[in-house]
Design a protein around this ligand. Structure first.
Ligand code: GDP
Length: 209
């Protein structure tokens, strides 16, 4: 099932909406605060060590990076947010680009939001969730670096986050959350299953959709 995820290949980085690839098929976007662990999570989920390094090359960090899985499916790495030292105009440009992406993109099926489980649901994360709710996009939270907490503490964070999601988003979108560790490779199958479901990777049974 995860096989198609291993095919991920960089297509392009877009700094403007007119640079996006054709809006067809299925797309899942991955977002997160800088340093939350998004690149590590992407690498482990796809099994491709160098994948997210592409998004970290100078000049690409402010772009939306598109990775092709097959003819119809793409993973999309959104630029990391929440850098305190980023100048306001740069932050505003980022915000416009991501908002336009969420608003325009018909093929977008869901957004994975990566958070450090020790600092979940920061103000930036909340803003991201509000945009997703506004665009009626389902969200899956990866609470990563779970290896940094005891099992009990990590589980408590998960329950708290799930409670907050249920409270804030029960009317709008299906928002789910899980624990994850790129270091220990925990939660990888669960994350892969979410992507596969959103991108209908297993849809091989019977005619039609
Ligand atoms: P990004 O800026 O969100 O792409 O974050 P990175 O993937 O580059 O990770 C930021 C830092 O956190 C790096 O030093 C990683 O080694 C570390 N990191 C990422 N994921 C994990 C994890 O699951 N466990 C631990 N202990 N460290 C992690």
């Amino acid at each position: 099932m995860a096989e198609v995820l291993r095919n991920a290949q960089f297509i392009l980085g877009a700094a403007r909406t007119n640079q996006f690839p054709i809006d067809s098929g299925w797309e899942v976007a991955v977002a997160g605060r800088s340093n939350a662990g998004k690149s590590s999570a992407l690498n482990v989920i796809t099994g491709l060590r160098g994948l997210a390094r592409i998004s970290k090359t100078p000049g690409r960090t402010r772009e939306i990076n598109f990775f092709q899985l097959d003819q119809e499916r793409r993973l999309v790495d959104l630029p990391g947010y929440g850098y305190a030292r980023v100048p306001i105009p740069v932050r505003q440009a980022w915000q416009r680009l991501v908002e336009d992406y969420f608003r325009q993109r018909q093929c977008l099926r869901g957004v994975v939001v990566v958070m450090d489980c020790r600092h979940p649901l920061t103000e930036f994360d909340q803003q991201m969730l509000r945009w997703c709710a506004h665009a009626r996009l389902p969200v899956h939270l990866l609470l990563t670096k779970a290896d940094k907490l005891s099992r009990g503490a990590a589980t408590a964070v998960l329950h708290k986050v799930r409670g907050e999601l249920a409270h804030s988003y029960k009317e709008s979108i299906g928002a789910t959350a899980q624990l994850f560790s790129a270091l220990k490779r925990t939660g990888v199958a669960e994350a892969q299953e979410k992507l596969a479901k959103w991108m209908e990777i297993e849809e091989k049974k019977g005619p039609g959709i």
